[in-house]
Write a protein that binds this ligand. Sequence first.
Ligand SMILES: Nc1ncnc2c1ncn2[C@@H]1O[C@H](COP(=O)(O)OP(=O)(O)OP(=O)(O)O)[C@@H](O)[C@H]1O
Ligand SMILES: [Mg+2]
Length: 230
Amino acid sequence: MIECTHVYKRYKNGVNALYDINLKVDQGEFLYIIGPTGSGKSTFIKLLDGEEIPTKGTVKVVGIDVGHLRHSQVPVYRRNIGVVFQDYRLLKSKTVFENIAYALEVINMPRDLIRRRVREVMNLVGLDDKGNAFPEELSGGQQQRVAIARAIANRPKVLIADEPTGNLDPAKSDEIMTLLEKINKAYGTTILMVTHDLTLVNKHRKRTVALENGHIVADLAEGGYVQHDQ
Ligand SMILES: Nc1ncnc2c1ncn2[C@@H]1O[C@H](COP(=O)(O)OP(=O)(O)OP(=O)(O)O)[C@@H](O)[C@H]1O
Ligand SMILES: [Mg+2]
C-alpha cells in the first residue's frame, strides 16, 4: 500500500529533513508516526501526498510512484488518499454538509451519490444533526469530525492525519481515536496518524514509527519492539 525505499529529502535551502527512509505499510494497517519537532514528520507526509518530491529514493503509494508524477497528474493521484489537516481547513462560508459535498463535487461525482455519501459519513462521525451548521458554530472536536468526514467521503484507500487530536482534550481525543478505528475497520482504510500525544499512543496501541533528525529510529509493532530493517 505504501512503500518507501531509500528516501532522502533535502530542501532547497540545504536542510536535510529525511535520510534513508525505508518503510512498508500494508493495506488496512493503522500506524502512528511520532517524533520531536523538526524530526521530519510533516515532510514525510508531504512526500506521500505529492506536495514535495524526494531528493533520492522511491515513494510508492497504491502502486503509484508519487515522486515522479507530472504536476497535472497529482490531483488525480490524490483521489486515492484523504488528508486531515491539523488546522481543519474548513470553508467558513459553507455549511457542514456543503463542506463535505464540495470535496466530491470537485471530482465530478453525480449529485445523488454525493447526497448519499455525505449523509453516510456525517452519520459515521456522529454529526447527523449538524448538516446546516457553519464551522464557526461547532466545537473544535466537531470541526475535527467534519474534517475527517470530508477526508473519507471519497472512500480513499489511505487516510493521513496530521495531529488530528492536537487541539483536543483527552476525552475528545479518545473519541477521535475511536472514530478513526471505526473507519479503519469499516472500510479497511490504511491510516497514518502523526501525533505528539504519547499518552494516546500508549493507550491505543498500534504500530509506531519514530523519527529523529530525519531518521527512523524505531518501528514498534503492537506490543513488542521491532528493530527497523536497514
Ligand atoms: N519548506 C521547507 N524548506 C526548508 N526547510 C524545511 C521546509 N519544511 C521543513 N523544513 C525543515 O525540515 C526539517 C523537518 O521539518 P518537518 O516540518 O518535517 O518537521 P516535523 O517533524 O513535522 O515538526 P513539527 O512536529 O514541529 O511539526 C526541519 O528542520 C524544518 O526546519
Ligand atoms: Mg509537522
